[in-house]
Design a protein around this ligand. Structure first.
Ligand code: HEM
Ligand code: HEM
Length: 212
């Protein structure tokens, strides 16, 4: 597995398309709000109305659901960006083998107490990003099913009750993903040639793409 050689930081030539960057930014903000608000909200249950934070969690969650659906549409329709096979390597033997050797490569670098170099096409990083998409789809999906079928009571039973249990069971994973993913992005920005603006700059029409 080759590591892409360091390229000069070139924020206006992002490999992520503008729709990817816009939806990613909206989703990241929505998920941060959802996680922080979940710490102070009181859900509606047993005949008691929820507090204002809970209402924010409901509407923020529905917005997150719309954004993750949009993310899937962008992933399917876009012509530039991480290939779907890198994000979801689970169905191909060759992809899984590449993932395994990338895991070993990362482990060897970490054993030397060094930060792995940034690699645009890293099978490990991409697979983790794919799992992040599935995780946030599950969080927003379970919450949305509960919203429409749970009768507005967090102590509901049946399918909406099971959905809420899954929602709560996955909550810590969502925290872990956010903290791990954002910290690694910042560390790579500080200590490698990777530039956070690759994903966070909203400038349109990267020059490298438009010049022919
Ligand atoms: C929990 C909310 C978030 C989710 C679900 C999420 C998801 C993703 C996904 C799926 C990708 C890969 C996109 C692709 O290759 O097409 C990605 C890339 C990226 N994310 Fe996030 N993200 C979140 C929050 C954040 C935050 C808060 C930051 C801020 C540091 C961040 C920084 C980045 C960067 C810099 C990349 C590009 C990595 C690269 O080009 O190698 N993300 N994110
Ligand atoms: C990406 C979107 C979402 C994220 C990241 C998220 C995150 C969380 C977290 C971290 C908790 C706390 C779990 C615990 O401490 O046990 C929680 C609880 C909850 N969420 Fe969400 N949520 C999302 C979407 C939604 C949506 C769309 C709804 C419904 C409209 C919803 C309804 C609830 C309810 C009712 C609880 C309280 C469960 C209880 O304590 O009984 N969530 N959510």
């Amino acid at each position: 597995m080759s590591v892409s050689s360091p390229s000069p930081a070139m924020p206006e030539a992002s490999r992520h398309s503008l729709p990817t960057r816009l939806v990613h930014a909206g989703l990241a903000v929505a998920v941060v709000i959802q996680l922080v608000v979940s710490l102070v909200m009181k859900p509606a249950e047993d005949g008691h109305a929820g507090n204002l934070w809970y209402e924010i969690h409901e509407y923020g969650g529905l917005a997150a659901f719309a954004l993750i659906v949009l993310f899937w549409l962008v992933l399917t329709a876009r012509k530039r960006g991480t290939p779907a096979g890198l994000l979801f390597p689970w169905f191909s033997g060759a992809r899984r083998a590449a993932l395994w050797s990338d895991i070993k490569r990362h482990a060897a670098t970490l054993r030397q107490l060094r930060l792995p170099p940034h690699d645009d096409a890293s099978p490990l990083a991409s697979a983790v990003h794919g799992l992040g998409i599935l995780l946030i789809t599950a969080m927003a999906g379970t919450g949305t099913v509960f919203y429409f079928f749970g009768g507005g009571d967090a102590h509901t039973g049946g399918l909406p009750g099971v959905m809420l249990q899954i929602h709560e069971a996955l909550a810590n994973l969502a925290w872990a993903y956010l903290i791990g993913h954002a910290s690694l992005a910042v560390l790579q920005h500080l200590f490698t040639d990777f530039n956070l603006r690759e994903m966070w700059s909203l400038r349109t029409a990267p020059q490298k793409e438009t010049r022919k």
